[in-house]
Design a protein around this ligand. Structure first.
Ligand SMILES: Nc1ncnc2c1ncn2[C@@H]1O[C@H](COP(=O)(O)OP(=O)(O)OP(=O)(O)O)[C@@H](O)[C@H]1O
Length: 217
């Protein structure tokens, strides 16, 4: 897909600081187009996760604007942003961030119920995804009973549930063996080919090498 295609996600002049006058990043601008997988790299602590939270509409930037499908989202309410997250974005957190009180199946199904999808169809889809990533046998387990690599794959299933236009992933292969990492990369590629923009924060050289473009923070 051409880099001149219309951006599905864009950051314009973004800055963020946890403390006043101490920016993790500033004046950061970038556009992400459908079909592309971008690696976000940089030394530990440079702000990759923080930037993904801003691009993923979980954290509001200190300055600048995020555009989703060409529309600025800064003036939207928290509720409107939550709706966009559920319907347009998929996010794979570094630590999976599964809800410990729910079963694996409910963790994955939850996002599509939020956008009022039919439960039966959602369960079928969730089971299909869990099977694809080799974790279907854990559907009735709780997050505290599974391995880190299983949790990462389940978090990816959850992110893929709603066919997101933008898929953001924070170190998605950190706990995976080579074979599982290849399956995960295949899923990113497929989602990109279906028209999503994919942004992956990673230190994994093998994963970086498979991305279309690299941005260093
Ligand atoms: N909640 C927080 N409060 C204050 N400072 C924070 C917070 N979260 C992160 N930081 C700081 O912000 C900076 C960027 O952190 P971030 O986690 O975004 O980096 P990263 O590039 O993703 O690192 P890593 O590769 O180790 O995951 C670091 O200096 C970190 O210590």
């Amino acid at each position: 897909m051409s880099r001149h295609a219309e951006a599905v996600l864009e950051g314009v002049g973004l800055a963020f600081g946890y403390a006043r006058d101490a920016f993790v990043f500033s004046e950061w601008s970038e556009r992400f187009v459908p079909g592309e997988i971008v690696a976000l790299t940089g030394a530990s602590g440079r702000g990759k996760s923080t930037l993904l939270y801003v691009l993923g509409l979980m954290t509001r930037p200190t300055a600048g604007e995020v555009l989703l499908g060409g529309h600025p989202v800064g003036s939207l309410s928290d509720r409107e942003r939550a709706w966009l997250r559920a319907t347009r974005l998929g996010f794979v957190f570094q630590d999976a961030a599964l809800d410990p009180a729910r079963t694996i199946l409910d963790n994955v199904v939850e996002t599509s119920l939020y956008r009022r999808a039919d439960r039966r169809g959602s369960v079928l889809r969730a089971r299909g995804l869990l099977e694809r990533f080799g974790v279907e046998h854990r559907v009735q387990s709780r997050p505290g009973q599974i391995s880190g690599g299983q949790a990462q794959r389940i978090a990816l299933c959850r992110a893929l549930m709603n066919d997101p236009q933008v898929l953001l992933a924070d170190e998605p292969t950190g706990n995976l063996d080579q074979a599982s990492a290849a399956v995960v990369l295949g899923a990113f590629r497929e989602r990109a080919e279906q028209g999503a923009a994919v942004v992956i924060a990673t230190h994994d050289g093998a994963l970086m090498a498979q991305c279309d473009r690299r941005i260093e923070l």
